[in-house]
Design a protein around this ligand. Structure first.
Ligand SMILES: NC(=O)c1ccc[n+]([C@@H]2O[C@H](COP(=O)([O-])OP(=O)(O)OC[C@H]3O[C@@H](n4cnc5c(N)ncnc54)[C@H](O)[C@@H]3O)[C@@H](O)[C@H]2O)c1
Length: 366
């Protein structure tokens, strides 16, 4: 069987998430990366050189790229997701789009309506890849088996320190509301809300109320072209809380200027689960999950144990799982693991309500 021809749109300049997509496809025998396109001339060439990538055509337009592929990964700034997806669906090509789906709920709705309204029926996925973290997959199994029972709380933090330097880190597209949306809130909140809903929503209900605060700590940054200082127009950090229909309490911290590592903690009537991306982990060890279970009607009798995540939960790390689902959905009509663009729209709705809560200083109902 011929390999699926994949194109990469947006090869990368800041984080360069395209690298994770490329690595994932390169590990799949059914896929082959045949084309690259970046709107900035020379950037794709540089990217290929820096990353020792062999093969694949460097295209000078989206049209040229689309003619050379069966499917694309969209790795461009958030406000460019919809135009790239539109071009793909018009050309009858499948796409896997990075998160968040768009810069606002209105734009995301237009995006989904456009794609689903076209005659060309394509596989259209959004990149919520954090569900594939081995410890998260194990958490999901433990929760689904009923061991935690009613969930009391889900507490998460996500972000990083990469852009903490206000002088050396120039103003990136993600610091501009027009290109990125509300800031760290959608950037990291999209993953955290996806995880909270993924882990809890079955037995504990959907998120139904939110409250939030956000702030911009570095209000201007040097322009990339050296032309002076430019304003930062979205948030650097946001804290937000949510409650589910069944009363589970969720708390989130998203920050792009200083978070040491991701944490995800679930507590419930049957015990506690803790994933700490730093974790008590030695080189060469597999991921660990903190587990402290108890009788549902009783109290805790022992300490938290840091258990190695069993090998059955590995194999989908990074973008591998989502790339596997994408290829399988295209090839065999397999499902996308609830990561169709409609999922992106739902998460965008939650993000919009959280942002509204911060801007209005009020609790917002869904
Ligand atoms: N899943 C994750 O964990 C994760 C992590 C980082 C970033 N992302 C998402 O990935 C996307 C890209 O982020 P990044 O940090 O890799 O960006 P980046 O700045 O590294 O790269 C974006 C690239 O897109 C190019 N570009 C801009 N507009 C374009 C257009 N219209 N057509 C073609 N190329 C265009 C830019 O020149 C740049 O090379 C964003 O949506 C971001 O939210 C996801």
């Amino acid at each position: 069987m011929n390999k699926l021809r994949i194109g990469i749109v947006g090869t990368g300049y800041t984080i360069g998430i395209a690298k994770a997509h490329i690595q994932a496809y390169q590990g799949l025998p059914e896929a082959e990366i045949t084309a690259f396109y970046d709107v900035i001339p020379g950037r794709a060439e540089q990217f290929i050189k820096d990353n020792n990538i062999s093969g694949g055509k460097i295209c000078v337009s989206m049209e040229e790229l689309l003619a050379a592929v069966d499917a694309i990964s969209i790795c461009v700034p958030n406000n460019q997701h919809f135009p790239a997806a539109k071009a793909a669906v018009d050309a009858g090509k499948h796409f896997l789009c990075e998160k968040p789906l768009s810069v606002s709920w209105v734009e995301a709705k237009k995006f989904v309506d456009y794609v689903r309204g076209r005659r060309n029926k394509v596989i259209a996925m959004v990149g919520f890849n954090y569900r594939d973290i081995p410890a998260v997959r194990w958490m999901k199994k433990i929760i689904d088996e009923g061991k935690i029972g009613r969930v009391y709380s889900c507490v998460q933090q996500l972000g990083g320190p990469r852009i903490a330097d206000p002088v050396k880190v120039k103003r990136e597209w993600r610091m501009d509301k027009e290109q990125s949306g509300a800031g760290a809130l959608p950037d990291f909140g999209s993953h955290m809300l996806d995880l909270a809903d993924y882990l809890l929503s079955g037995e504990n209900g959907k998120i139904c109320r939110v409250q939030s605060f956000k702030n911009t700590f570095i209000t201007q940054r040097p322009a990339v072209d050296g032309s002076g200082m430019l304003p930062v127009t979205n948030d650097d950090a946001a804290v937000f809380n949510a409650v589910t229909e069944k009363g589970s309490l969720c708390s989130f911290y998203a920050c792009r200027i200083g978070i040491p590592f991701q944490t995800l903690q679930i507590t419930g009537e049957g015990g506690m689960l803790l994933f700490n991306a730093q974790g008590p982990k030695k080189p060469g060890e597999t991921q660990r999950l903190g587990i402290q279970l108890k009788e549902k009607g009783g109290g805790y009798t022992g300490p938290m144990a840091w258990e190695e995540v069993p090998p059955e939960f590995s194999g989908r790390e990074g973008h591998r799982g989502i790339a596997m689902d994408f290829i399988n959905a295209i090839r065999n009509g397999g499902d996308c693991g609830d990561r169709e663009i409609e999922r992106g729209l739902y998460i965008q709705q939650l993000l919009e309500k959280v942002n509204e809560a911060a801007e209005r200083g009020e609790i917002v109902n869904l």
